[in-house]
Design a protein around this ligand. Structure first.
Ligand code: NAI
Ligand code: CS2
Length: 493
């Protein structure tokens, strides 16, 4: 792309908010200026600013990776583009709500600590990926052996993890007599608020028990269900932005037109009224979170592993295959939906059809390989919890064991073909697979990874038997025939 002459020009956009940006100051510090935040929370906040009297500004903080994104953002006055694509049309939106940005490896972690400690800050929000919480994926408790956590416990004033940064900033706020704030996780983790609270309180307990108590009693950690498919950007998508707006915005994202946000209304220092932009405030997010994590994200992981095995690069291509499409609907309607709270006031068959419609959007190039990343952090909530729930309730399941079996094959193939595995536990997987000889032994070695499967992965449990049977069927029939047999219902009890 050649942007040397082009400039981000509001006239190139279909939707541009009109509130006065001079009024913006940092009310929210957001950690993790990734694709998702740009296409989701930033859009909600921008729209809300336009529809309410006092606009809320966001300071973006990145703690990892190249400084280019933050530099580019600053160079364009913190404005960026969001292109929203349905199956048949696309629209461009200029997002105007960001007013500052920090890249801590360049600017220094002190700058981020001081920013969160500014008196007017009310919320720290997070999209730092599942692994950013440094928690044990199975139990959800802080992993004290995590390298970032060990660094931060030894150097609490020079933290490298998001948890360490927030804890140090809260310590400074308390020391200065400032009001407590809310920490808002927007990652795909069950009970993300509670998990964040437990992780931060556990971390703080190791450093200063009084601080931990203050955090526990004063800071709030609302849980959220977040939803919008925002794939990682590609050169083609930058060209789409340029064609639409005249500028191949290096900070721009392309995403689906659907968006949803359900938020636990528990903010100690106030919050924007994101409901005016379509968010829903509730007292208990858990039923919505479980619904989305199991039906949407669980199906995504099913397709990521099994679709990759069948050679599909993108999710929409899986949906063009009649057997994969039917099997996905079966996973949603006959398995995941049955694992959910009966109190949920949502038509789950309709929800499943909506999801398959979204997955089928051929304008959204969402790579199976992207979703396959960090499986260790995703499998517990997407597959292990619902499958063990169904087994305890005596409900038979074929697709959920296939999801886990797909991950086993995907991981074993990657180790054997010496491909890079994008997962914080990649080294452990490699060692486990290399130390075993037969495919069944390799599968057993991976199922024994306690941090993912806990006691469920032991030999002879209902969970292991179901997963091992699916693993063998994929091996014997080949993935395409096996998925066909699921779609034709032959394998179902
Ligand atoms: P991304 O790769 O574009 O951005 C990830 C961000 O997390 C980067 O800013 C990176 O610096 C930061 N990060 C990574 N590891 C970190 C760590 N250990 N500590 C602090 N920051 C860390 O990914 P994207 O698309 O923004 O997704 C991020 C998360 O958002 C996902 O893992 C998921 O939990 C959630 N999400 C994503 C959706 C999507 O469609 N992309 C939709 C719904 C939720
Ligand atoms: C995906 C999610 O990458 C993944 O694991 O399942 O990021 C998914 O796209 C979002 O949760 C949709 O809201």
């Amino acid at each position: 792309m050649n942007n040397s002459k082009a400039r981000l020009n509001p006239e190139g956009f279909k939707f541009v908010t009109t509130y006065n940006r001079d009024q913006l100051s940092t009310d929210i510090v957001h950690i993790g200026f990734g694709a998702f935040h740009r296409g989701h929370q930033a859009v909600y906040n921008d729209l809300t600013n336009d529809l309410t009297s006092a606009p809320w500004g966001i300071c973006e903080v990145n703690m990892f990776g190249s400084p280019d994104l933050v530099n580019d953002l600053k160079a364009q006055d913190h404005l960026f583009s969001v292109v929203e694509k349905s199956a048949t049309s696309m629209d461009s939106r200029l997002v105007r709500t960001v007013c500052e940005a920090i890249h801590t490896p360049v600017d220094g972690i002190e700058v981020a600590i001081e920013k969160i400690a500014e008196p007017q800050v009310k919320i720290v929000s997070l999209t730092i990926t599942e692994k950013g919480y440094c928690a044990d994926p199975q139990s959800g408790t802080l992993d004290l052996t995590n390298a970032l956590i060990q660094n931060d416990l030894a150097n609490p004033k020079q933290p490298k993890s998001a948890l360490g940064l927030i804890t140090e900033a809260l310590r400074v706020r308390r020391e200065r007599g400032l009001n407590p704030i809310s920490i808002l996780s927007c990652d795909n983790i069950p009970e993300n608020g509670l998990l964040t609270k437990n992780a931060i309180v556990s971390f703080a307990t190791q450093i200063d028990a009084d601080l931990a108590k203050w955090i526990e009693e004063n800071v709030t950690f609302p849980s959220t269900m977040v939803d919008r498919i925002v794939p990682a950007m590609t050169a083609d998508e930058f060209e789409v932005i340029e064609a639409l707006t005249g500028y191949a915005d290096p900070c721009g994202v392309v995403c689906e037109d659907f968006r949803q946000w359900v938020i636990e209304d528990n903010f100690v220092a106030g919050r924007p009224d994101w409901s005016v932009a379509g968010a829903k405030f509730v007292s208990d997010v858990l039923p919505y979170e479980e619904m989305k994590l199991r039906m949407l994200n669980g199906s995504h992981s099913f397709l990521a592993y099994n679709g990759s095995l069948a050679g599909f690069e993108y999710i929409y291509q899986c949906m063009q295959d009649a057997s994969f499409r039917t099997a996905t609907l079966r996973l949603m309607k006959q398995e995941q939906a049955k694992s959910l709270s009966p109190d949920l006031d949502v038509d789950l068959d309709q929800y499943a059809e909506l999801l398959v419609g979204r997955f089928s959007n051929a304008n959204i190039k969402h790579k199976t390989a992207q979703i396959a990343m960090d499986g260790s952090q995703k499998l517990p909530q997407r597959a292990v919890d619902p499958l063990t729930h169904l087994q305890a309730a005596g409900v038979s399941a074929t697709c959920l064991p296939t999801l886990v079996a797909g991950w086993l094959h995907f991981t074993i193939n990657a180790v054997e073909q010496d491909k890079e595995i994008f997962d914080p536990m990649a080294e452990q997987f490699k060692q486990a697979v290399k130390a075993a000889s037969t495919p069944a032994e390799k599968a057993r070695a991976l199922l024994s990874v306690d941090k993912i499967f806990g006691a469920n992965g032991a030999a002879g449990t209902d969970f292991s038997k179901a997963v091992e049977a699916a693993f063998t069927s994929i091996q014997q029939s080949g993935i395409e025939s096996y998925i066909e047999s699921i779609a034709a219902n032959k394998e179902l009890a």
